[in-house]
Design a protein around this ligand. Sequence first.
Ligand SMILES: Nc1ncnc2c1ncn2[C@@H]1O[C@H](COP(=O)(O)OP(=O)(O)OP(=O)(O)O)[C@@H](O)[C@H]1O
Length: 247
Amino acid sequence: MTIMFNKHRPGPRDTETDHQRVRVTDLEAGYPGRPVLRQLSFGIPALTVTALVGPNGSGKSTLLGVLAGVIVPTSGRLQYAKGRPPAFVPQRGAVGDTLPLTARQTVEMGRWGERGLWRRLNRQDRAVVDSAMERLGVAGLAARQLGELSGGQRQRVLIAQGLAQQSDLLLLDEPTTGLDPEARERITALLTELVADGTTVVQATHDLESARSADACLLLGDGRLVGHGRPEDVLTPTLLSEIWQPA
Ligand SMILES: Nc1ncnc2c1ncn2[C@@H]1O[C@H](COP(=O)(O)OP(=O)(O)OP(=O)(O)O)[C@@H](O)[C@H]1O
């Protein structure tokens, strides 16, 4: 599926798209009166973990929002290979802690896209929810209120909600921020397992260790693409110091 914004001209067919889950061309996006992403062009290889790295405010969450379809670009072209709609797990801080929901109800919301808001979940939905909660180690928290959970527990519940959507394109905004080392390792291992199961994963991260273990890396600086490729080629001292220069 190709979506063009602001009369972007269709270009010649890009043969690389065949191995890419998403292809982005000349993308510009932001907020009213606040342009953020400028002239981004890149591909997200299918069946990989791609890490999205950059300083605070460089545009990582905005880019994930565009890929998820919740932020409409001002111009450019987005091409999605055939597949299910993306599952988007926003930053923990973007989700209200005061919602009167249990951990299980939060994960069950991941089935709404499939089942509809008002339909009861069926046995298969419940099995998907159980499996997602077990994979994230939060089955024991099912009856607890979301607002009572620790930051790391809530984070894992939100990732379980993303898994429950059973998409083959999973977009995660800083999934390991605030987690202890054991939980971080568990999430990193889970992402590798998901790829082996047929999922393409994109994660925004501040954790350079986690970014180095990804298959591909997009480095953003002030809304522009500063580097794109294998982590060892992108996360170099030169490029990192270029975008993390003190103001
Ligand atoms: N809803 C919004 N309205 C206006 N400007 C916004 C909005 N959300 C983000 N911005 C601005 O857009 C720019 C990019 O923000 P974004 O959240 O995409 O960066 P980020 O790289 O994800 O940052 P962080 O690492 O701090 O999460 C920032 O300058 C931010 O202030």
